[in-house]
Design a protein around this ligand. Structure first.
Ligand code: SF4
Length: 434
């Protein structure tokens, strides 16, 4: 049996799905007796592991910069061995091995067992579902599947992560019970596309069934849904969400665009009508729901008329949370073969126009919340201010509620509060009770 290294430093790049992969790997290394550090400043380590993202050009540049920083630490004897794993390696392994020989070993996305073996320990089945949490102890991401069955023209993820692979409902119930034993109260369901959950295992979309199973678990207070896709199976989810006391009235549904011609070119497989009907149903059936979406502007063929249509859609549907990106052709995608005919500055102007529009919508919505009371969870304290979230807000990306210093609050506590003030994106409040 190889000598077990003492200290391992792990850096996670990219999305929450990558974070869960790191947490699983760290959980197993910690169970094997390693001293595992996550994300902190680089200090002496026997092994430094970077779990990479390779989604879009910007993230590739950022990841290469991070790898160089850590190999630099190796040159200075701060780390002995550098391992790079994840999506960037899955895309560019040969090139990376040629261009960055300072890295000791590169691993793709499905090589956790090999990494553990090469570091002198083994993959123990009985540790299934166990993780070293990196989020504040009261919330955690639950990765319900990996990979994607869709083939959106601009997206490289199916190439990197393969087809949709779901975890069984039983495995996810056990993982959630484990998380609750660690003190987790809010679980956030993630995947590349949560609406395709279960198709590979149960022959049908089973997100609604999974939600029903998870909400039965004692100790779970909030269940949050992210990364849904405009799909008819969401009507089943709507029924479960409507009748649940635990599933947050929150829906993260990246829509990318609304014009039918652009949607078709994006190979999204649905129309403006399907999207509008879905959104109308969620709004009518759950009037207080918060809907988050993500859009792409500047996609080939998005003329001024299509852009105007996108803006009027945003004005009409008034999303509580909205992110927008300028289209950038990703090597290896269908869309990269299209004529990227919209000048960069036009794309940038369209992004700023949409964010200006969204800022006004967000402010108007926030101002209407003044005087309202909500249940909120205490996330953290900064200086003399507590930072909380309501069921309408995901951690790290959505609105936060600031409460001036208040004795007796603790992280992960649920409280009642009243909104006293608002600005474009955040809220201010006072605690009114437990
Ligand atoms: S659903 Fe999401 S992950 Fe899947 S191909 Fe489309 S954009 Fe990519």
């Amino acid at each position: 049996m190889k000598q077990i290294p003492l200290r391992v430093h792990v850096t996670t790049m990219g999305c929450s799905k990558n974070l869960v992969d790191s947490e699983v790997l760290m959980g197993r290394m910690s169970a094997a007796g390693y001293k595992v550090i996550h994300q902190d400043a680089m200090e002496y380590a026997d092994v430094a592991i970077i779990n990479t993202c390779g989604f879009i050009e910007d993230s590739i540049v950022e990841n290469i910069r991070q790898i160089m920083e850590i190999t630099h630490a190796k040159d200075h004897g701060i780390v002995k061995k550098v391992i790079v794993m994840g999506c960037l390696v899955q895309r560019f392994k040969e090139q990376l091995e040629l261009e960055i020989p300072e890295v000791d070993k590169f691993y793709g996305v499905d090589e956790m067992e090999q990494i553990l073996h090469d570091l002198g320990t083994e993959y123990r089945q009985e540790l299934l579902g166990e993780r070293m949490l990196t989020t504040p102890p009261h919330y955690a991401y639950l990765k319900i599947a990996e990979g994607c069955d869709r083939n959106c023209s601009f997206c490289i993820i199916p190439e990197i992560r393969g087809r949709n692979k779901s975890k069984s409902i039983e495995e996810l119930v056990n993982e959630t019970k484990y998380l609750v034993r660690q003190g987790v109260k809010e679980i956030i369901l993630i995947a590349q596309d949560t609406t395709r959950y279960g198709v590979d295992l149960y022959g049908k979309k089973s997100l609604a069934e999974l939600l029903k199973a998870l909400e039965k678990i004692d100790g779970v207070r909030w269940i949050r849904l992210q990364y849904t896709y405009p799909d008819n199976s969401l009507y089943d989810v709507l029924e479960v969400m409507k009748n649940s006391s635990k599933i947050c009235h929150y829906l993260d549904i990246p829509l990318q665009h609304i014009n039918d011609t652009v949607l078709q070119s994006m190979k999204r497989g649905h129309s403006k009508k399907i999207i509008s009907d879905l959104l109308d149903s969620f709004r009518n059936e759950i009037p207080d729901i918060a809907i988050r979406t993500t859009l792409i502007t500047g996609y080939p063929g998005e003329g001024q008329a299509e852009f105007e249509e996108l803006k009027s859609f945003i004005r009409q549907y008034r999303f509580e949370r909205l992110g927008v990106f300028a289209f950038s052709p990703e090597e290896g995608t269908e869309a990269a073969k299209l004529n990227d005919d919209i000048p960069f500055d036009v794309k940038e102007n369209r992004v700023s126009e949409i964010m200006e529009l969204q800022k006004d919508i967000s402010r108007e919505m926030n101002l209407k919340k003044i005087g309202n009371s909500y249940t909120a969870i205490v996330d953290r304290r900064e200086d003399n201010t507590w930072i909380l979230r309501s069921q309408y807000d995901s951690p790290e990306v959505d609105t936060e509620i600031y409460v001036k210093d208040q004795p007796g609050l603790t992280e992960g506590q649920f409280v009642k509060l009243r909104i006293t003030a608002a600005d474009d994106y955040d809220l201010y409040g006072e605690i009114t009770g437990e």
